[in-house]
Design a protein around this ligand. Structure first.
Ligand code: NAD
Length: 467
């Protein structure tokens, strides 16, 4: 593989140290990736701070054009980016390609937005205006499941609003992000966009840094709480997109054959490593056996292999730690439920686990109560809709949920009673840049996407004039 560098103050630079990045499909080291020292992190923040005044003063039309140029660059280099993404992340090349093009789509979408002046009052006595000002240096912290896509939730709105950035990808998936940084290095003025990588050891320094005005974080709830505590000292703005334990609720009037595919994809996309995946499925007792049967058929037919191989539907788990964690959930499933598909790791190199369906399992097992973040789906039986809603809501998480039914009105009623930031009906995981997205309860704080997401990268300023 080629060389990777950081982007600091407009220059591509080597890391103070290096760290290995592993291909999860082979367990072989892909490359020694640069690893930053705290001094390099401080240099990146200093560069972003120095670049901020000029970038904030650049007309939005100019910033917009540069964001579109970045989208064009992503599209032009999609094949390269997607290939790196598959090799480091594990997902099938078709999915990596869709992620890269989706990333470009988010850049284009945010470039189309505006931050218009709002006149709140224009009367004889006063004129009151509301402006959206940039905040300053933004620290963007990214997880390993959708490294490029999640970058695009943060980077273009932050830039459009006039902020500068220091981006830190996850230690096991820094490569596609660093490649992206290299590709766009000459598009923006120096220091506006900076990329480093760490070995899970610089997050705290970034969130504590007095010159960082906001942290936009996506990752686990446990780390999100640390970010919040650390940001409190300097009262940084924070947006937290955290973990989930999404419930799918299948009503008694749903047709198992018709809904099985959507549920399967909602649970197993990216090998279940999706914050918003279906992580618990509640099925009415009258259709329970049939629903389990349909899901087992799909699980058994799924092609699990190296993401670079054509035809692969599901790749490996992304890293060894997550693989070991999911193996723990498999043990739990065998103890507390009945494994009817999958259930074993694959006898080959790589962190492969076949899609697993677990029936006759209930609350009180780890697989149901915790976030598995892997290809293991517990299917729970219920007998009464109110009971299903209560059980679905009985979690500290509140990211997404879905209701599956032949009756939209009934499904809508159930949806409105589920405690989640997004509730889908007869689908799961339908996201788009113009549809705001954020978690309830311990699944997050604030909103990404859409105008709401853009506004979170701004400070509201009111100018109130006497007349
Ligand atoms: P993680 O919390 O372990 O790591 C996320 C990022 O935080 C990484 O870049 C990591 O290096 C960094 N980090 C580690 N310690 C830090 C600290 N003390 N301060 C600041 N940053 C620190 O999460 P992960 O394992 O990479 O990702 C999986 C989790 O992310 C799952 O819980 C998943 O549900 C969640 N997730 C949520 C969303 C969402 O939008 N809600 C999207 C994707 C993933």
């Amino acid at each position: 593989m080629e060389n990777f560098n950081f982007l600091i103050n407009g220059r591509l630079v080597a890391g103070a140290k290096t760290m290995p990045v592993v291909n999860p499909a082979t367990e072989e080291v892909l490359v020694q990736c640069p690893r930053a020292s705290e001094e390099q992190l401080n240099e990146a923040v200093a560069a972003a701070k120095a670049a901020f005044p000029a970038w904030a003063a650049t007309p939005i039309e100019e910033r917009r054009k540069l964001i579109v140029r970045m989208a064009e660059t992503i599209e032009k280099n999609c094949a390269d980016l997607a290939r790196i993404l598959t090799q480091e992340q594990g997902k099938p090349l078709a999915d990596a390609t869709a992620e890269t093009m989706g990333m470009a789509g988010f850049f284009r979408y945010f470039a189309s937005l505006d931050l218009p002046l709002r006149v709140i009052e224009d009367s004889k006595g006063r004129k009151v205006e509301a402006y959206r000002r940039p905040l300053g240096v933004i620290g963007a912290i990214i997880p390993w499941n959708f490294p490029l896509m999640i970058l695009s939730f943060k980077l273009p709105p932050a830039l459009l609003a006039g902020n500068t950035l220091v981006v830190k990808p996850a230690p096991t998936t820094p490569l596609a992000s660093l490649k992206f940084a290299e590709l766009v290095a000459d598009i923006l003025p120096k220091g506006v966009l900076n990329f480093i990588a760490d070995a899970n050891d610089l997050g705290d320094a970034l969130t504590h840094h007095p010159d960082v005005r906001k942290i936009s974080f996506t990752g686990s709830t446990a780390t999100g709480k640390k970010v919040m505590a650390s940001a409190a000292e300097t009262l940084k703005r924070i947006t937290l997109e955290l973990g989930g334990n999404d419930a799918g609720v299948v009503l008694d009037d749903a047709k198992p054959k018709a809904v099985a595919k959507g549920i399967f994809e909602g649970a197993f996309q990216n090998s279940g490593q999706v914050c918003l995946a279906i992580k618990r499925l509640y099925v009415h007792e009258s259709i329970y056996d049939e629903m389990c049967h349909e899901l087992v058929q799909l699980a058994e037919a799924a092609v699990v292999d190296d993401g670079l191989k054509q035809g692969t539907q599901l790749g490996p788990l992304q890293n060894k730690m997550q693989y070991e964690k999911v193996k723990g959930f498999l043990d739990d499933a065998r103890k507390n439920g009945k494994v009817v598909a999958g259930g074993e790791v694959m006898d080959r190199p790589g962190y492969f686990i076949r899609p697993t369906i677990v029936r006759d399992i209930s609350e009180g097992s780890r697989l149901v109560d915790e976030e598995q973040f892997g290809p293991v789906l517990p299917v729970l039986k219920y007998s009464d809709t109110d009971e299903a809603i209560k059980r679905a809501n009985n979690t500290t998480y509140g990211l997404g949920a879905s209701v599956w039914s032949s009756n939209l009105e009934r499904a809508h009623d159930v949806a409105s009673r589920l405690e989640a930031g997004t509730v889908w009906i007869n689908k799961h995981l339908d996201m788009a840049p113009h549809i705001p997205f954020g978690g309830a309860k311990n699944s997050g704080l604030g909103t990404e996407f859409a105008e709401e997401g853009l506004n979170e990268f701004t400070q509201l300023q009111v100018i109130n004039m006497a007349r």
